[in-house]
Design a protein around this ligand. Structure first.
Ligand SMILES: Cc1ncc(COP(=O)(O)O)c(C=O)c1O
Length: 367
């Protein structure tokens, strides 16, 4: 068998006719920038998440940068984030002139509230939890910490569209959240794309202007901005995928359960929480990240069996980029980075293939 980690070509082939129709309709209208498909998509996401405002932007990194700037993060502030995230979280913080302060994660690979508490200083202004792998962090505890210390919360929900915690959507817990539509995301487009989600009116009005050079509809500029608009063509593709997004999530959760059932008794293998592990979380499984001290050998073994796997961010946590000035030691995050491996979980992989992957993993651990 040959099972790629992610099969971009088959995703295109499966719905090629629909995509070509979308391309030609948009081409015939010449509707490329800030057109109906974008405003429709924004309205659709607002309805889907129950969050008041969705603003399509160029990518999730920009979305976070816009959020932090609109929320008033300035040079001299410190912003706490989990080091177990993509560098984009930290670079968005850095772009405001604030100092990104990385902290450790807990057993579910998400930001650890105890580490947040330890990192708070008089300069701390905000916490940015990354809702990683389609799962939301323990927001009750994080909200309590933020309230006690008067801190803002912005969610890096790049990997978590559709995920819920206590029935509340990713992106709705603080001043706002960013979403990524990178092609391999649960809702992905054909290039870069992102979104700001916010229930805050002031942030909404600012970012609506800031994503288009600060201009209002009359061309007046009252705030410094950027060019960070989600392309209309990408929005049309995303509208197409959004129609079946519930089914997509259902299928992803089903695959996670298949993995869980077939791998749960293997000693030395740590699995992500299963779909029914607790009532508070509704996870969308952007990734299925397993952990073992034999990670590198397992990866090689699966490769020989034709199975593609990926080590998230090539095994490097943000605080490990010492050239950027980080000097923290975060033992739990370092362990996660050393031992984690992502198995194929996407809309192309079949049940048979999952069984083959699990069987191969079992043979590896038995040998
Ligand atoms: C956790 C996390 N944050 C931020 C980003 C940045 O998203 P984008 O590539 O859309 O800027 C990603 C993308 O992979 C991500 O996984």
């Amino acid at each position: 068998m040959k099972i790629p980690f992610f099969d971009y070509q088959s995703l295109f082939k499966k719905n090629e006719k629909n995509f070509l129709e979308i391309f030609s309709k948009i081409g015939e209208r010449g509707a490329y920038i800030m057109q109906n498909d974008l405003s429709d998509f924004e309205a659709n996401i607002e309805k889907y998440t129950g969050i008041k405002h969705a603003i399509g932007v160029a990518n999730a990194t920009d979305a976070m940068q816009l959020l932090l700037k609109a929320g008033g993060i300035v040079p001299g502030d410190e912003v706490i984030f989990s080091s177990h995230t993509f560098i984009a979280t930290a670079s968005a913080i850095n772009s405001t002139g604030a100092t990104p302060i990385p902290v450790d994660s807990g057993a579910d690979h998400l930001i650890d509230p105890k580490s947040i508490k330890k990192a708070i200083t008089s300069r701390t202004k905000a916490i940015v939890p990354t809702q990683l792998n389609g799962r939301i962090a323990d927001m009750s505890e994080i909200l309590a910490i933020a309230e006690e210390h008067g801190l803002q919360i912005y969610e890096d929900a790049a990997q978590a569209l559709g995920a819920k915690y206590k029935n509340q959507s990713a992106g709705s817990f603080g001043l706002g959240g960013c979403i990524s539509f990178y092609p391999a995301k649960t809702l992905g487009c054909f290039g870069d794309g992102g979104m700001v989600l916010t229930n805050n009116e002031d942030i909404y009005h600012k970012i609506k202007l800031m994503r288009d050079h600060g201009r209002d509809i009359d061309g007046n500029v009252s705030i410094w901005g950027f060019n960070s608009r989600l392309d209309n063509l990408q929005a049309a593709i995303l509208n197409f995928f959004l129609k079946s997004f519930d089914k997509t999530i259902e299928r992803r959760r089903y695959i996670a359960d298949l993995y869980h059932e077939q791998l749960k008794d293997i000693l030395g293998l740590h699995l992500p929480p299963s779909t029914n592990s607790d009532q508070n979380h509704f996870d969308t499984y952007q990734n299925y990240e397993i952990e073992t001290i034999k990670r590198d050998h397992l990866k090689k073994y699966l490769e020989e069996k034709g199975i593609g796997t990926i080590i998230q961010w090539r095994g490097k946590a943000v605080h490990e980029f010492k050239d950027l000035g980080f000097n923290q030691s975060l033992p739990f995050t370092e362990k996660i980075m050393k031992n984690s491996l992502m198995l194929p979980l996407n809309m192309s992989v079949t049940d048979e293939e999952i069984k083959y992957i699990c069987k191969s993993i079992r043979i590896f651990f038995n040998e």
